[in-house]
Write a protein that binds this ligand. Structure first.
Ligand SMILES: Cc1cc2nc3c(=O)[nH]c(=O)nc-3n(C[C@H](O)[C@H](O)[C@H](O)COP(=O)(O)OP(=O)(O)OC[C@H]3O[C@@H](n4cnc5c(N)ncnc54)[C@H](O)[C@@H]3O)c2cc1C
Length: 362
Protein backbone atom coordinates (compact mmCIF):
# COMPACT_ATOMS: atom_id res chain seq x y z
CA UNK A 1 0.00 0.00 0.00
CA UNK A 2 2.74 2.39 1.07
CA UNK A 3 4.80 1.57 -2.06
CA UNK A 4 1.83 2.22 -4.31
CA UNK A 5 1.12 5.59 -2.74
CA UNK A 6 4.80 6.44 -2.92
CA UNK A 7 4.96 5.57 -6.63
CA UNK A 8 1.78 7.41 -7.54
CA UNK A 9 3.09 10.45 -5.67
CA UNK A 10 6.20 10.47 -7.84
CA UNK A 11 4.28 9.83 -11.07
CA UNK A 12 1.96 12.68 -10.20
CA UNK A 13 4.91 15.09 -10.01
CA UNK A 14 6.07 14.21 -13.52
CA UNK A 15 5.59 16.94 -16.06
CA UNK A 16 7.29 15.11 -18.90
CA UNK A 17 6.42 11.64 -20.13
CA UNK A 18 8.75 9.98 -22.61
CA UNK A 19 9.54 6.45 -23.66
CA UNK A 20 13.29 6.77 -23.23
CA UNK A 21 15.76 8.74 -21.15
CA UNK A 22 19.21 8.67 -22.77
CA UNK A 23 22.17 9.33 -20.49
CA UNK A 24 25.19 10.59 -22.44
CA UNK A 25 25.38 12.14 -25.88
CA UNK A 26 28.54 10.85 -27.50
CA UNK A 27 28.39 8.63 -30.58
CA UNK A 28 26.44 5.95 -28.70
CA UNK A 29 23.77 8.31 -27.33
CA UNK A 30 23.48 10.14 -30.65
CA UNK A 31 23.08 6.90 -32.63
CA UNK A 32 20.40 5.67 -30.25
CA UNK A 33 18.57 9.02 -30.30
CA UNK A 34 18.62 8.97 -34.10
CA UNK A 35 17.26 5.42 -34.17
CA UNK A 36 14.41 6.51 -31.89
CA UNK A 37 13.80 9.54 -34.09
CA UNK A 38 13.52 7.27 -37.14
CA UNK A 39 10.79 5.29 -35.39
CA UNK A 40 8.96 8.29 -33.93
CA UNK A 41 9.74 7.31 -30.36
CA UNK A 42 9.95 9.98 -27.66
CA UNK A 43 13.07 10.63 -25.61
CA UNK A 44 15.03 13.15 -23.60
CA UNK A 45 18.83 13.31 -23.27
CA UNK A 46 21.11 14.11 -20.31
CA UNK A 47 24.66 15.23 -21.09
CA UNK A 48 27.23 16.62 -18.65
CA UNK A 49 30.43 16.91 -20.76
CA UNK A 50 32.31 14.68 -18.29
CA UNK A 51 33.74 12.56 -21.16
CA UNK A 52 35.34 13.75 -24.38
CA UNK A 53 35.99 10.64 -26.47
CA UNK A 54 33.44 11.26 -29.26
CA UNK A 55 34.39 14.93 -29.53
CA UNK A 56 38.14 14.41 -29.86
CA UNK A 57 38.07 11.16 -31.91
CA UNK A 58 39.93 11.04 -35.21
CA UNK A 59 36.62 9.74 -36.56
CA UNK A 60 38.39 7.39 -38.96
CA UNK A 61 36.51 4.43 -40.43
CA UNK A 62 38.49 1.63 -41.93
CA UNK A 63 37.49 -2.05 -42.09
CA UNK A 64 41.09 -3.36 -42.05
CA UNK A 65 43.37 -3.62 -39.00
CA UNK A 66 46.56 -2.04 -40.28
CA UNK A 67 48.93 -3.68 -37.82
CA UNK A 68 48.22 -7.24 -38.89
CA UNK A 69 46.29 -6.71 -42.15
CA UNK A 70 43.25 -8.57 -40.85
CA UNK A 71 39.55 -7.67 -41.17
CA UNK A 72 37.86 -5.62 -38.46
CA UNK A 73 35.12 -7.57 -36.66
CA UNK A 74 31.93 -7.24 -38.78
CA UNK A 75 33.58 -4.26 -40.51
CA UNK A 76 31.91 -4.52 -43.91
CA UNK A 77 28.43 -4.99 -42.40
CA UNK A 78 28.96 -2.08 -40.00
CA UNK A 79 30.12 0.24 -42.78
CA UNK A 80 27.10 -0.76 -44.86
CA UNK A 81 24.89 0.63 -42.08
CA UNK A 82 27.10 3.49 -40.86
CA UNK A 83 27.75 5.33 -44.13
CA UNK A 84 24.06 5.74 -45.10
CA UNK A 85 23.34 6.67 -41.47
CA UNK A 86 25.82 9.59 -41.60
CA UNK A 87 24.71 10.55 -45.12
CA UNK A 88 21.15 10.90 -43.88
CA UNK A 89 22.34 13.24 -41.13
CA UNK A 90 24.37 15.25 -43.65
CA UNK A 91 21.20 15.77 -45.65
CA UNK A 92 19.16 16.67 -42.61
CA UNK A 93 21.61 19.19 -41.16
CA UNK A 94 22.92 20.40 -44.54
CA UNK A 95 26.52 19.92 -43.46
CA UNK A 96 29.42 17.62 -44.42
CA UNK A 97 30.59 15.02 -41.89
CA UNK A 98 31.88 12.19 -44.09
CA UNK A 99 35.27 12.95 -45.67
CA UNK A 100 36.33 10.09 -47.91
CA UNK A 101 40.01 9.42 -48.59
CA UNK A 102 42.44 6.59 -49.20
CA UNK A 103 44.69 5.32 -46.45
CA UNK A 104 48.38 4.79 -47.23
CA UNK A 105 50.11 2.31 -44.96
CA UNK A 106 53.88 2.82 -44.94
CA UNK A 107 55.68 -0.53 -45.19
CA UNK A 108 58.60 -1.14 -42.87
CA UNK A 109 60.00 -4.08 -44.84
CA UNK A 110 59.64 -6.42 -47.80
CA UNK A 111 58.09 -8.94 -45.42
CA UNK A 112 55.29 -6.47 -44.74
CA UNK A 113 54.78 -6.04 -48.48
CA UNK A 114 54.36 -9.82 -48.77
CA UNK A 115 51.84 -9.84 -45.92
CA UNK A 116 49.95 -7.14 -47.79
CA UNK A 117 49.72 -9.33 -50.92
CA UNK A 118 48.46 -12.22 -48.77
CA UNK A 119 45.81 -9.91 -47.27
CA UNK A 120 44.70 -8.80 -50.73
CA UNK A 121 43.78 -12.42 -51.54
CA UNK A 122 41.37 -12.70 -48.61
CA UNK A 123 37.76 -12.23 -49.77
CA UNK A 124 36.87 -9.94 -46.85
CA UNK A 125 39.84 -7.64 -47.53
CA UNK A 126 40.00 -7.73 -51.33
CA UNK A 127 37.51 -4.87 -51.89
CA UNK A 128 39.69 -2.52 -49.83
CA UNK A 129 43.29 -3.59 -50.45
CA UNK A 130 45.00 -2.32 -53.60
CA UNK A 131 47.46 -5.00 -54.70
CA UNK A 132 49.86 -2.55 -56.36
CA UNK A 133 52.59 -1.23 -54.07
CA UNK A 134 52.68 2.56 -54.29
CA UNK A 135 56.17 4.03 -54.71
CA UNK A 136 55.12 7.65 -55.37
CA UNK A 137 57.41 10.21 -53.79
CA UNK A 138 55.70 12.62 -51.42
CA UNK A 139 57.67 15.58 -50.18
CA UNK A 140 58.30 15.35 -46.45
CA UNK A 141 57.45 11.64 -46.04
CA UNK A 142 59.96 8.83 -45.59
CA UNK A 143 58.61 5.59 -47.11
CA UNK A 144 61.50 3.64 -48.60
CA UNK A 145 59.60 0.35 -48.86
CA UNK A 146 56.57 2.06 -50.36
CA UNK A 147 52.95 2.19 -49.31
CA UNK A 148 49.97 -0.13 -49.35
CA UNK A 149 46.86 1.71 -50.49
CA UNK A 150 43.55 1.04 -48.79
CA UNK A 151 40.36 2.14 -50.53
CA UNK A 152 36.93 3.10 -49.18
CA UNK A 153 38.21 4.63 -45.95
CA UNK A 154 37.54 8.09 -44.54
CA UNK A 155 36.60 10.02 -41.45
CA UNK A 156 33.44 11.32 -39.86
CA UNK A 157 33.72 14.79 -38.34
CA UNK A 158 32.16 13.60 -35.11
CA UNK A 159 32.48 16.93 -33.35
CA UNK A 160 30.59 18.82 -36.06
CA UNK A 161 27.91 16.14 -36.23
CA UNK A 162 27.36 16.05 -32.46
CA UNK A 163 27.29 19.85 -32.32
CA UNK A 164 24.62 20.07 -35.04
CA UNK A 165 22.58 17.29 -33.48
CA UNK A 166 22.69 18.92 -30.05
CA UNK A 167 21.49 22.22 -31.56
CA UNK A 168 18.44 20.41 -32.94
CA UNK A 169 17.73 18.80 -29.58
CA UNK A 170 18.14 22.18 -27.85
CA UNK A 171 15.51 23.71 -30.13
CA UNK A 172 13.10 20.89 -29.29
CA UNK A 173 14.04 21.12 -25.56
CA UNK A 174 15.04 17.46 -25.60
CA UNK A 175 18.50 17.79 -24.04
CA UNK A 176 19.43 18.78 -20.51
CA UNK A 177 23.01 19.77 -19.82
CA UNK A 178 23.36 18.24 -16.38
CA UNK A 179 24.79 15.12 -14.74
CA UNK A 180 22.38 12.26 -14.40
CA UNK A 181 22.19 11.56 -10.65
CA UNK A 182 21.76 7.80 -10.36
CA UNK A 183 20.53 7.97 -6.76
CA UNK A 184 17.54 10.06 -7.83
CA UNK A 185 16.17 7.34 -10.10
CA UNK A 186 12.94 5.78 -8.80
CA UNK A 187 12.19 2.37 -10.28
CA UNK A 188 8.77 0.80 -10.42
CA UNK A 189 7.68 -2.37 -12.22
CA UNK A 190 7.12 -0.91 -15.65
CA UNK A 191 8.44 2.65 -15.40
CA UNK A 192 11.19 4.84 -14.10
CA UNK A 193 10.77 8.26 -12.62
CA UNK A 194 13.63 10.69 -12.67
CA UNK A 195 12.99 14.13 -11.21
CA UNK A 196 10.05 15.47 -13.27
CA UNK A 197 10.32 12.81 -16.00
CA UNK A 198 8.48 9.53 -16.30
CA UNK A 199 9.88 7.03 -18.82
CA UNK A 200 9.73 3.38 -19.82
CA UNK A 201 13.49 2.91 -20.15
CA UNK A 202 16.75 4.59 -19.29
CA UNK A 203 19.45 3.89 -21.86
CA UNK A 204 22.90 4.51 -20.41
CA UNK A 205 25.45 5.65 -23.02
CA UNK A 206 28.10 7.16 -20.74
CA UNK A 207 31.29 5.84 -22.34
CA UNK A 208 33.94 5.64 -19.63
CA UNK A 209 31.40 7.41 -17.36
CA UNK A 210 30.11 3.83 -16.86
CA UNK A 211 32.44 3.47 -13.90
CA UNK A 212 30.16 5.81 -11.91
CA UNK A 213 26.97 3.93 -12.81
CA UNK A 214 26.00 1.76 -9.80
CA UNK A 215 23.85 -0.56 -11.97
CA UNK A 216 26.51 -1.50 -14.51
CA UNK A 217 29.91 -0.49 -13.17
CA UNK A 218 31.00 -4.06 -12.49
CA UNK A 219 31.22 -4.74 -16.24
CA UNK A 220 34.82 -5.23 -17.45
CA UNK A 221 35.78 -1.98 -19.13
CA UNK A 222 39.51 -1.54 -19.83
CA UNK A 223 39.52 2.16 -20.53
CA UNK A 224 42.18 3.25 -23.00
CA UNK A 225 43.12 6.89 -22.85
CA UNK A 226 44.19 8.43 -26.15
CA UNK A 227 45.87 11.72 -27.01
CA UNK A 228 46.03 13.52 -30.35
CA UNK A 229 47.80 16.53 -31.81
CA UNK A 230 46.64 18.85 -34.54
CA UNK A 231 49.57 20.17 -36.58
CA UNK A 232 49.95 22.74 -39.33
CA UNK A 233 52.28 21.42 -42.06
CA UNK A 234 52.07 23.57 -45.23
CA UNK A 235 54.71 21.49 -47.10
CA UNK A 236 53.13 18.10 -46.49
CA UNK A 237 50.42 18.48 -49.09
CA UNK A 238 48.68 15.09 -48.96
CA UNK A 239 44.98 14.29 -49.16
CA UNK A 240 45.20 10.71 -47.87
CA UNK A 241 45.62 9.30 -44.39
CA UNK A 242 49.20 8.17 -43.70
CA UNK A 243 49.54 5.24 -41.31
CA UNK A 244 52.90 4.41 -39.82
CA UNK A 245 53.96 4.57 -36.15
CA UNK A 246 51.03 7.01 -35.76
CA UNK A 247 48.39 8.19 -38.22
CA UNK A 248 48.48 11.57 -39.95
CA UNK A 249 44.98 12.53 -40.97
CA UNK A 250 44.31 15.39 -43.42
CA UNK A 251 41.77 17.94 -42.18
CA UNK A 252 42.18 20.50 -44.98
CA UNK A 253 43.87 23.94 -44.88
CA UNK A 254 47.26 22.26 -44.23
CA UNK A 255 46.03 20.94 -40.90
CA UNK A 256 46.53 17.30 -39.88
CA UNK A 257 45.51 15.26 -36.88
CA UNK A 258 48.29 13.07 -35.50
CA UNK A 259 47.40 10.19 -33.23
CA UNK A 260 46.85 8.45 -31.16
CA UNK A 261 48.44 7.21 -27.97
CA UNK A 262 47.19 4.30 -25.87
CA UNK A 263 47.52 4.68 -22.13
CA UNK A 264 45.84 2.04 -19.94
CA UNK A 265 46.71 3.66 -16.61
CA UNK A 266 45.76 7.34 -16.74
CA UNK A 267 41.99 7.66 -16.31
CA UNK A 268 41.75 11.42 -16.93
CA UNK A 269 40.84 13.23 -20.15
CA UNK A 270 43.66 15.72 -19.62
CA UNK A 271 46.43 16.27 -22.15
CA UNK A 272 49.96 15.49 -20.99
CA UNK A 273 53.56 16.34 -21.92
CA UNK A 274 54.35 12.59 -22.12
CA UNK A 275 51.53 12.13 -24.63
CA UNK A 276 52.82 14.98 -26.77
CA UNK A 277 56.40 13.70 -26.61
CA UNK A 278 55.38 10.18 -27.63
CA UNK A 279 53.35 11.45 -30.60
CA UNK A 280 56.15 13.72 -31.82
CA UNK A 281 58.82 11.03 -31.51
CA UNK A 282 56.67 8.64 -33.57
CA UNK A 283 55.70 11.32 -36.09
CA UNK A 284 59.31 12.23 -36.73
CA UNK A 285 60.21 8.67 -37.70
CA UNK A 286 58.47 9.27 -41.06
CA UNK A 287 57.61 12.98 -41.43
CA UNK A 288 60.56 15.21 -42.38
CA UNK A 289 59.04 18.60 -43.09
CA UNK A 290 58.46 21.64 -40.88
CA UNK A 291 55.26 21.82 -38.86
CA UNK A 292 53.82 23.64 -35.88
CA UNK A 293 51.57 22.22 -33.18
CA UNK A 294 48.15 23.84 -33.18
CA UNK A 295 46.42 21.93 -30.39
CA UNK A 296 46.38 18.78 -28.30
CA UNK A 297 43.37 16.78 -27.11
CA UNK A 298 42.62 13.67 -25.08
CA UNK A 299 39.81 11.30 -24.25
CA UNK A 300 39.10 7.82 -22.94
CA UNK A 301 38.01 5.06 -25.29
CA UNK A 302 35.39 2.82 -23.64
CA UNK A 303 37.12 -0.47 -24.40
CA UNK A 304 35.88 -3.84 -23.17
CA UNK A 305 37.97 -6.83 -22.11
CA UNK A 306 36.71 -8.95 -25.02
CA UNK A 307 36.69 -5.99 -27.50
CA UNK A 308 32.94 -6.26 -28.13
CA UNK A 309 30.22 -3.71 -27.36
CA UNK A 310 28.13 -3.86 -24.21
CA UNK A 311 24.45 -3.95 -25.14
CA UNK A 312 21.45 -5.14 -23.23
CA UNK A 313 19.11 -4.99 -20.28
CA UNK A 314 19.97 -5.19 -16.59
CA UNK A 315 19.03 -8.68 -15.33
CA UNK A 316 17.15 -7.32 -12.28
CA UNK A 317 15.87 -3.97 -13.52
CA UNK A 318 14.29 -4.44 -16.95
CA UNK A 319 13.88 -0.70 -17.48
CA UNK A 320 17.63 -0.11 -17.34
CA UNK A 321 19.46 -0.54 -20.62
CA UNK A 322 23.11 -0.23 -21.66
CA UNK A 323 24.77 0.89 -24.91
CA UNK A 324 28.49 1.12 -24.37
CA UNK A 325 31.83 -0.52 -25.14
CA UNK A 326 32.34 1.03 -28.59
CA UNK A 327 36.07 0.90 -27.94
CA UNK A 328 38.37 2.23 -30.64
CA UNK A 329 35.80 2.14 -33.46
CA UNK A 330 32.72 4.04 -32.34
CA UNK A 331 32.16 5.60 -35.76
CA UNK A 332 31.64 2.25 -37.45
CA UNK A 333 29.93 0.38 -34.62
CA UNK A 334 27.51 2.96 -33.11
CA UNK A 335 24.78 2.90 -35.82
CA UNK A 336 24.66 -0.94 -35.89
CA UNK A 337 24.74 -1.20 -32.09
CA UNK A 338 21.90 1.34 -31.76
CA UNK A 339 19.82 -0.46 -34.39
CA UNK A 340 20.31 -3.89 -32.81
CA UNK A 341 19.54 -2.59 -29.33
CA UNK A 342 16.36 -0.92 -30.57
CA UNK A 343 15.20 -4.11 -32.32
CA UNK A 344 15.84 -6.04 -29.14
CA UNK A 345 13.90 -3.65 -26.91
CA UNK A 346 10.96 -2.96 -29.18
CA UNK A 347 10.70 -5.95 -31.50
CA UNK A 348 12.11 -8.62 -29.20
CA UNK A 349 14.80 -9.67 -31.69
CA UNK A 350 17.56 -11.25 -29.59
CA UNK A 351 20.96 -9.60 -29.44
CA UNK A 352 23.96 -11.40 -30.77
CA UNK A 353 25.47 -13.28 -27.81
CA UNK A 354 28.84 -11.68 -28.55
CA UNK A 355 27.53 -8.21 -27.67
CA UNK A 356 24.81 -8.98 -25.12
CA UNK A 357 25.84 -7.96 -21.58
CA UNK A 358 24.22 -11.22 -20.47
CA UNK A 359 27.66 -12.74 -21.24
CA UNK A 360 28.91 -11.03 -18.07
CA UNK A 361 25.91 -11.84 -15.88
CA UNK A 362 26.33 -15.65 -15.76
C1 LIG B 1 42.12 9.91 -28.99
C2 LIG B 1 41.01 9.09 -29.54
C3 LIG B 1 40.95 8.84 -30.90
C4 LIG B 1 39.90 8.08 -31.42
N1 LIG B 1 39.84 7.87 -32.76
C5 LIG B 1 38.81 7.18 -33.28
C6 LIG B 1 38.70 7.00 -34.68
O1 LIG B 1 39.52 7.50 -35.45
N2 LIG B 1 37.63 6.29 -35.15
C7 LIG B 1 36.69 5.75 -34.31
O2 LIG B 1 35.74 5.12 -34.80
N3 LIG B 1 36.79 5.89 -32.99
C8 LIG B 1 37.81 6.58 -32.45
N4 LIG B 1 37.92 6.73 -31.10
C9 LIG B 1 36.98 6.00 -30.26
C10 LIG B 1 35.63 6.69 -30.17
O3 LIG B 1 35.87 8.00 -29.77
C11 LIG B 1 34.72 5.96 -29.21
O4 LIG B 1 34.49 4.64 -29.66
C12 LIG B 1 33.37 6.63 -29.07
O5 LIG B 1 33.51 8.01 -29.04
C13 LIG B 1 32.65 6.21 -27.81
O6 LIG B 1 31.42 6.86 -27.80
P1 LIG B 1 30.47 6.81 -26.54
O7 LIG B 1 29.28 7.62 -26.87
O8 LIG B 1 30.26 5.40 -26.11
O9 LIG B 1 31.32 7.48 -25.36
P2 LIG B 1 31.69 9.01 -25.10
O10 LIG B 1 32.12 9.68 -26.32
O11 LIG B 1 32.62 9.00 -23.94
O12 LIG B 1 30.32 9.66 -24.68
C14 LIG B 1 29.73 9.46 -23.43
C15 LIG B 1 28.97 10.71 -23.08
O13 LIG B 1 28.24 10.51 -21.87
C16 LIG B 1 28.34 11.67 -21.07
N5 LIG B 1 28.12 11.26 -19.69
C17 LIG B 1 28.81 10.33 -18.98
N6 LIG B 1 28.28 10.18 -17.73
C18 LIG B 1 27.20 11.03 -17.67
C19 LIG B 1 26.24 11.36 -16.65
N7 LIG B 1 26.22 10.74 -15.45
N8 LIG B 1 25.30 12.30 -16.92
C20 LIG B 1 25.25 12.93 -18.14
N9 LIG B 1 26.14 12.66 -19.14
C21 LIG B 1 27.10 11.73 -18.91
C22 LIG B 1 29.76 12.19 -21.36
O14 LIG B 1 29.90 13.55 -21.10
C23 LIG B 1 29.91 11.89 -22.86
O15 LIG B 1 29.50 12.97 -23.66
C24 LIG B 1 38.92 7.53 -30.55
C25 LIG B 1 38.97 7.81 -29.19
C26 LIG B 1 40.00 8.60 -28.69
C27 LIG B 1 40.01 8.91 -27.22
Amino acid sequence: MYTLLYKSFFLHLCTMEVEFIIVGFGLAGMAFAETLEEHNRSFVVFEDASQTSSNVAGGVYNPVILKRFTPVWNGTEQLGIALPFYRKLENRFQNTYDYKFDTYRIFKSVEEQNNWFTAADKPLLAPYVDTKIVYDKHKGIVAESGYGRLKQTGRIDTKALLTDYKKELEKKELIRYESFAYEKLVLSDSKVVYKDISAKHVVFCEGYGLHKNPFFNHLPMNEAKGELLTIHAPDLNVDFLIKAAVFVLPLGNDLYKVGATFNWKDKTSLTTEEGKKELLEKLETFIKCPYTIVSQSAGIRPTVKDRRPLLGIHPNYKQLVLLNGLGTRGVMIAPTAARDLYKYLIEGIPLDKEVDIARYFV
